[in-house]
Design a protein around this ligand. Structure first.
Ligand code: GCO
Ligand code: MG
Length: 415
């Protein structure tokens, strides 16, 4: 099964996506997601300038060897651009292998361990009334686990809160809400303001109110988006213990893995980390010291199915589960790959699911279905996603950036 072609497809149906399509000698194609939010064209160039020429003529079945060839062969290892490019190649090769076998991809990953992947959606609101409406709407749509983000008194736009009717605010297609998009089109990133003490004072009261209104059963999650120091993170985890979170995410910028020890010593709130990690090495200390409970890496940024499966196998040794990243910047191809892997692995935890816009769904026609709070893979061979070039051509790339964050004195902070 020789690779005869590989195309890098950049389109922007509602937001920017980079997709790799590999073709083999009988004309069959496989897809991989190569989207790196706000840095899309760097991955597109890495693929088209450096990886596509290496792929032509290779055996598409040799997935592990190709992974090692691209990873070790670069000499310059790791990093989001490299690992996203490798992920796209890897995912496209798995799609091709499953098509060649005539099986849905999960069958090649060990077969089904569960019917579907339990997902969590994003409820948010500037204040409690809007937050309660958003939670109610999610429950009506069938979500069985919900992430909660709110505005902070005294601050303007903050991470994770949908902005009403503003551009990038929640949209509706035929009555179905799709989620807000943090990356905004334009030549420069938006600027947001941040005050950690105000946030820490506010959040426990939000969870108390949500538990009082919606009861003790509903799994609730929260994302601190890398903004806290270890001691602030420990304080937040401790103050949220009465509200029994499913997880507290990205409390610190976890490049410094050992700081999680401090957090762990102080709180029993479960911790999730890793959406900005890209290799198994980024998790070593966290796993071996059992400093976290859930792995957040997406297939797209962690070296594909081969890379993420290896990370999750390693995690399973320590009773650590998957909590795979699934915002709108993971394309329907990356999401489908996560669902095929998620139904197969033994240590599935939960899957994030931010709905894509209708425009995205017209370019990427995916068989993945949302049902009973779960995402369920289809039965056709491969990933079950098709890319429509004609529709994509109507949505050319437009520069878009994630916001940046400043403390009230103007210093740059983590967004
Ligand atoms: C999440 C993430 C996202 C990121 C986004 C950046 O938990 O879903 O934090 O919202 O901010 O993926 O591109
Ligand atoms: Mg996150």
């Amino acid at each position: 099964m020789k690779i005869t072609g590989a195309e890098v497809l950049v389109s922007s149906p509602g937001r920017n996506f980079v997709t790799l399509r590999i073709t083999v000698e009988d004309g069959t194609t496989g897809l991989g997601d190569a989207t790196l939010n706000g840095r899309e064209l760097a991955v597109a160039a890495y693929l088209s300038e450096h990886l596509v020429p290496l792929l032509i003529g290779r055996d598409a079945h040799a997935i592990e060897d190709t992974w090692q060839y691209l990873y070790r062969g670069a000499y310059w290892r790791r990093g989001p651009v490299t690992m996203t490019a490798i992920a796209a190649v890897d995912t496209a090769l798995w799609d091709l292998k499953a098509k060649a076998a005539g099986l849905p991809l999960y069958q090649l990953l060990g077969g089904r361990s569960r019917e579907g992947c339990l997902v969590y959606g994003h409820a948010s609101g500037a204040g409690l009334p809007q937050l309660f409406d958003s939670i109610t709407e999610h429950l009506e749509q069938g979500y069985r686990a919900i992430r909660i983000q709110t505005g902070v008194p005294g601050l303007g736009a903050v991470y994770g809160v949908a902005g009403g009717a503003a551009p990038g605010g929640p949209g509706r297609d035929g009555g179905i809400r799709y989620d807000y998009e943090p990356a905004k089109r334009g030549p420069l990133p938006a600027e947001e303001a941040w005050d950690t003490r105000a946030y820490l004072r506010h959040i426990p009261g939000v969870f108390e109110a949500v538990r009082n209104e919606f009861g003790p059963e509903l799994p609730l999650l929260h994302d601190a988006h890398h903004r806290l120091t270890p001691i602030q993170a420990a304080k937040l985890g401790k103050s949220l213990e009465p509200y029994d979170l499913f997880w507290l995410e990205d409390v610190t910028p976890a490049e410094n893995q050992s700081v999680l020890r401090r957090v762990r010593e102080h709180t029993t709130t479960p911790l999730a980390i890793g959406e900005v990690f890209n290799t198994i090495w980024d998790y070593r200390e966290l796993f071996e010291e059992q400093l976290i409970d859930y792995v957040r890496s997406p297939i797209t940024h962690a070296g594909g199915i081969t890379g993420l499966r290896r990370i999750l196998d390693y995690a399973s040794v320590y009773q650590i589960k998957s909590g795979v990243h699934g915002p709108t910047d993971v394309s329907p191809v990356g999401l489908a790959a996560a669902i095929h892997l998620g139904v197969a692995i033994p240590n599935f935890g939960i899957q994030e699911y931010m709905r894509h816009s209708a425009a995205t769904g017209e370019v990427f026609r995916s068989e993945i279905r949302f049902s009973d709070g779960m995402l369920v893979p289809g039965t056709s061979p491969g990933l079950g996603v098709d890319y429509d070039d004609v529709v994509a051509a109507a949505h050319p790339y437009e520069a878009a950036y994630l916001p940046v964050n400043r403390l009230l004195d103007g210093s740059m902070h983590d967004w």
